[in-house]
Design a binder for this molecule. Structure first.
Ligand SMILES: O=C(O)c1ccccc1N[C@@H]1O[C@H](COP(=O)(O)O)[C@@H](O)[C@H]1O
Length: 209
């Protein structure tokens, strides 16, 4: 078994370098001003310039306007778009870029519905539902709600850390895992040792499978 790792919500070049050196497959940059992890296009461009070939740079948006996404795309070399709000499939597909859709899971059947609705996505990210926030909450949801049959790559997120990621990977067998708060020492400030430990845990459990 293999599970890829995305480290999200990076705001500092040294954290990007640490994630890459630790073996991250993707890094995420947040373009959502209410988030403490949000970066400007200029900051994001500098962060993306730290990323070598074959590591994916993902731009995270929450209910952006078309103009906002286009403006970021003109300034930042993003490989993939991550829509974490209430965006429609048509909106997500409208930028000529590969994209993934995040959904916040509350009850049975929602993931199956999203697989059908967002069938043209490059992957479906499943995160915990929260009444007030769109993501980055550190909340874990009930992984039993995740179906075995998956028409798209499934990316598991929500409250992951080095303490629970091996159990998550063993139970869910996701295409990839995505973490933000679980590898931080402060909002938007990553802890290099936590990043390394998290990625090592994923690689360890995948190797023993
Ligand atoms: O990180 C944020 O601040 C954020 C804001 C709005 C939407 C999504 C956000 N982050 C993403 O949420 C999931 C789970 O994060 P956590 O590991 O529970 O902290 C992950 O995909 C983040 O990239």
């Amino acid at each position: 078994m293999t599970a890829r790792v995305k480290i999200c919500g990076l705001t500092r070049p040294e954290d990007v370098r640490a994630a890459v050196e630790s073996g991250a497959d993707a890094i995420g940059l947040v373009f959502y001003p209410p988030s403490p992890r949000s970066v400007s296009p200029a900051q994001a461009r500098a962060l993306a310039n730290e990323v070598p070939a074959f590591v994916t740079v993902v731009g995270l948006f929450v209910n952006p306007t078309r103009e906002e996404v286009e403006s970021v795309l003109e300034q930042v070399p993003l490989d993939l778009l991550q829509f974490h709000g209430d965006e429609t499939p048509a909106f997500c597909a409208g930028f000529g870029r590969r994209w993934i859709k995040a959904i916040r899971v509350r009850e049975a059947g929602e993931i199956e519905d999203a697989f059908a609705d967002y069938r043209n996505a490059a992957g479906l990210l499943v995160d915990a539902w929260d009444p007030e926030r769109y993501g980055g909450t550190g909340r874990v949801f009930n992984w039993d709600l995740i179906p075995q049959e998956r028409p798209l790559p499934l990316i598991l997120a929500g409250g992951l850390s080095s303490d629970n990621v091996s159990a998550a990977v063993e139970q869910v067998r996701p295409w990839a895992v995505d973490v933000s708060g679980g590898v931080e020492k402060g909002k938007g400030i990553k802890d290099i040792r936590k990043i390394r430990h998290f990625i090592n845990e994923v690689h360890r459990v995948c190797k023993t499978d």
